[in-house]
Design a protein around this ligand. Structure first.
Ligand code: EPZ
Length: 426
């Protein structure tokens, strides 16, 4: 298993180019199942989660071909299986997004229940309830969802989610594109990744209105066609590098990004005393002057403060003057990085299962730590960049799911970072 070694305590200076969004790419790649024509995608990040999805699609019969490092073509004209097997689905929950497209186009499918993961139980009841309202027969047996439609097509329906769900909005949206009649999704997720998916579906011939709002209206069409689409930049990656600049009290220009997708985080960073200026294609972020102070945040669905940036901001709060509070409202087990940051001398108090108090002014020390999930790993990397001495971060395969070339990007800004498989460098 790979480990990353960081010798921290140095300010970072440089420019980082942001890769395509993982959480946009996953549903958009899945949408290839909605047509037998070619879907061509640019700016797909080179990540292990994308490779996992490629394996799942290939197991269904989709032709997956790489045109260049970040450009891929997909064609689902020879689907020969409607089963997404547990072995593949268990490694990545987003695989569950094949359910809506397979069901709406072929009228049947069998998809493994993804189960829980490190950050929470993560049920899929909203996905299944929405598809049932659209006329699907759903049976859960032996760890699999068996879904089928009595009539040839799903039927449009009015769906109101009781809670905002990114994945359930995506599965329902994709299913609705080929359903008979009109579907209205109330309390839809509004994350930029949903807009990206909806825009790609529109280029494939889908009839969707309300994009960018929490109410999506979809008039089902008989078929979709191929399209060419470019994936939006990864907003969580942008935030992570912005915090790398702030936490090391350096300055990083973050380019090929969309500042408007991270407004809530930019506001928090500015309120903490981080200097942020818009530049062509992105923004420049600086923690120079060492004026970072504590703040209170609550994670919430977009446009609120993203849960996917909670571990990273916690690392920055550790180095701030004054205390900060974090209230995590999205996932029930998203503080796994707390004991690891405490091992680095971080002063954090778990107030209850959903809240922590970060005391600030912690003199972080390097330590061997263990990554538990993707964003927790990013939080630990950031803490290690600020810590005096050497940190060894174990289980970095979590990081490889969502951060393309992280060592190269950080070392181009002056970070002392390397990866090893078995033996550390002398
Ligand atoms: C997406 O997960 C992202 N994953 C997550 O990013 C992100 O943390 C999350 O949205 C919230 O923003 C992808 O886009 C691939 P949800 P998703 O459905 O869709 C509950 C990362 O690090 N819920 O919006 O699975 C659920 O348990 C990952 O990149 C139900 O109760 O999240 C959670 O508490 C991690 N029933 C809340 O809703 C359901 O049927 C929001 O989950 C579905 C969800």
């Amino acid at each position: 298993m790979d480990k990353i070694v960081i010798k921290g305590g140095h300010p970072l200076f440089g420019t980082v180019k942001i890769s395509g969004s993982k959480n946009s790419s996953l549903p958009i790649i899945t949408s290839t199942l909605l047509t037998d024509n070619v879907l061509s995608l640019h700016n797909v990040p080179n990540l292990s989660d994308i490779r996992t999805l490629h394996k799942i699609l290939a197991s269904l019969g989709v032709k997956v071909s790489q045109k260049s490092l970040h450009t891929w073509e997909y064609q689902a004209d020879t689907i020969n299986s409607f089963t997404a097997a547990y072995d593949l689905v268990k490694t990545m929950r987003a695989s569950f997004l094949v359910l809506g497209p397979l069901l709406t186009r072929f009228g049947e499918c069998k998809v493994a229940l993804p189960g829980g993961c490190a950050i929470g139980v993560r049920p899929v009841n909203f996905h299944l309830e929405a598809l049932s309202l659209m006329g699907a027969d759903i049976e859960i047996k032996d760890g699999y969802v068996y879904a089928s439609t009595k009539s040839k097509r799903l039927k449009g329906a009015e769906i109101t989610f009781s809670r905002v769900s990114v994945g359930a909005t995506e599965n329902t949206l994709m299913a609705a594109t080929l359903a008979e009649g009109k579907t209205i999704i109330h309390n839809a997720a509004m994350e930029p990744e949903i807009d990206d998916l909806a825009n790609c579906l529109v280029s494939m011939g889908a009839d969707i209105t309300g994009i960018g709002s929490n109410c999506l209206t979809i008039n089902g069409v008989d078929s979709l066609h191929g399209a060419t689409h470019s994936i939006i930049p990864d907003r969580i990656e942008s935030i992570t590098y912005a915090i790398a600049a702030a936490i090391t009290r350096g300055r990083i220009d973050i380019i090929d990004t969309r500042v408007e997708h991270i407004t809530s985080v930019i506001e928090v960073l500015k309120a903490m005393g981080v200097d942020i200026k818009e530049i062509t294609g992105g923004f420049s972020c600086s923690g120079e002057g060492n004026n970072i102070k504590g703040i209170d945040i609550v994670t919430s669905p977009y446009p609120g403060f993203p849960t996917d940036a909670q571990a990273q901001i916690m690392a920055l709060m550790l180095t701030a003057k004054g205390a900060s509070n974090i209230n995590e409202t999205i996932f029930e087990n998203r503080f796994m990085h707390v004991p690891e940051m405490q091992r680095m001398n971080g002063d954090i108090i778990l107030t209850d299962a959903f809240s922590v108090k970060v005391m600030g002014s912690s003199e972080l020390h390097g330590a061997p730590v263990m990554a538990s999930d993707l964003r927790a790993s990013a939080g630990l990397i950031l803490a290690a960049l600020a810590a005096k001495g050497e940190s060894i971060i174990d289980r970095v395969y979590h990081l490889d799911r969502g951060y393309e070339d992280i060592e190269t990007k950080l070392s181009s800004c002056g970070a002392d970072i390397y990866r090893y498989k078995d033996t550390p460098k002398e």
